[in-house]
Design a protein around this ligand. Structure first.
Ligand code: NDP
Length: 265
């Protein structure tokens, strides 16, 4: 313990280390599902948040619900050529981005032999290539300023083989590798890169993937030692932690938030 810490009241230490006061976060796909709760938790921790997505009505409703700290930009991240302008516009309007959460993603549940080239490209473009392009554009600004935190939202599919999600699994696994490669390049500039690997979280994406089939839902719970579904704010609080000063020595990791799935099915 440093002398500085000894002189600081415990509640102040807590506030200093877990607060995102004064920070600007960008959450892609922040209008709905897990992204909504990541944004809400970041606002609760004191950050200003910019959310992005394709559906303006959804983004507007979320910004109104979460309050003045939240703004939105309508953007389709698969339109890769628009990303540099998007990042520039966000910084022009709100100042330097301190935290990037690459949350937007799509799933596609099909047997591998039925996945077309177009299907595969669509998933890779959304879940992988757009994540790289966003990270490159925001990352170059963070590197220049010598501060920043990038958080990827991957999946337990990146840790295991799961049937009928071949393109999704490929995209999320590749991000695990990207986190490690970026860590080697960004760490000297005080820019941290981490991932969160959610387990079974109750969101529209997951419920659609389960197709309302109770047996699939039961199977998911059989694979979860805590035998319960995760809530989207479980991912939100993990993101706050990874972005906060409390995690200032944590980079290059993939944090499972999954009720124990990661011990192995
Ligand atoms: P949802 O389908 O509920 O939300 C996905 C979000 O991504 C939406 O806000 C959507 O906004 C946005 N999005 C999708 N495509 C694009 C695009 N081309 N451009 C911009 N935004 C886009 O999914 P979840 O909340 O469940 O998932 C969020 C993340 O968590 C994903 O990366 C997913 O892979 C991951 N995850 C989820 C799990 C779960 O249990 N739910 C488990 C493991 C991982 P819009 O439609 O307006 O563009």
């Amino acid at each position: 313990m440093t002398i500085e810490n000894e002189l600081t009241a415990p509640q102040n230490l807590l506030q200093q280390n877990f607060s995102l006061n004064g920070q600007l976060a960008v959450v892609t796909g922040g209008g709905s599902g897990i992204g909504f709760y990541i944004s809400q938790c970041m606002v609760a921790a004191g950050a200003r948040v910019v959310i992005t997505g394709r559906r303006e009505d959804v983004l507007k409703a979320t910004a109104e619900t979460l309050g003045d700290q939240v703004s939105y930009f309508v953007n389709d991240i698969t339109k890769l050529s628009t990303i540099p302008d998007l990042v520039a516009a966000i910084e022009e309007a709100h100042g330097p981005i301190d935290i990037l959460v690459n949350n937007a993603g799509i799933n596609m549940k099909k047997h591998a032999v039925e996945v077309t080239d177009e299907d595969f490209d669509r998933v890779i473009q959304t879940n992988l290539h757009a994540v790289f392009s966003m990270t490159r554009e925001v990352g170059k600004r963070m590197v220049e300023r010598k501060r920043g935190s990038v958080i990827m939202i991957t999946s337990m599919a990146a840790l295991y083989g799961i049937d009928r999600v071949v393109a999704y699994t490929a995209s999320k696994s590749a991000i695990g590798g990207m986190v490690k490669a970026l860590t080697t390049e960004f760490s000297p500039y005080n820019v941290r890169v981490n991932a969160i690997a959610p387990g079974f979280i109750e969101t529209p994406m997951m419920l659609t993937a389960m197709n309302g089939d109770p047996s699939r839902r039961d199977k998911a719970m059989d694979r979860t030692p805590m035998a319960t579904w995760g809530k989207p704010d479980d991912i939100g609080w993990a993101a706050v932690f990874l972005a906060s000063p409390a995690a200032k020595f944590i980079t290059g990791v993939s944090l499972p938030v999954d009720g124990g799935n990661s011990i192995g099915f």
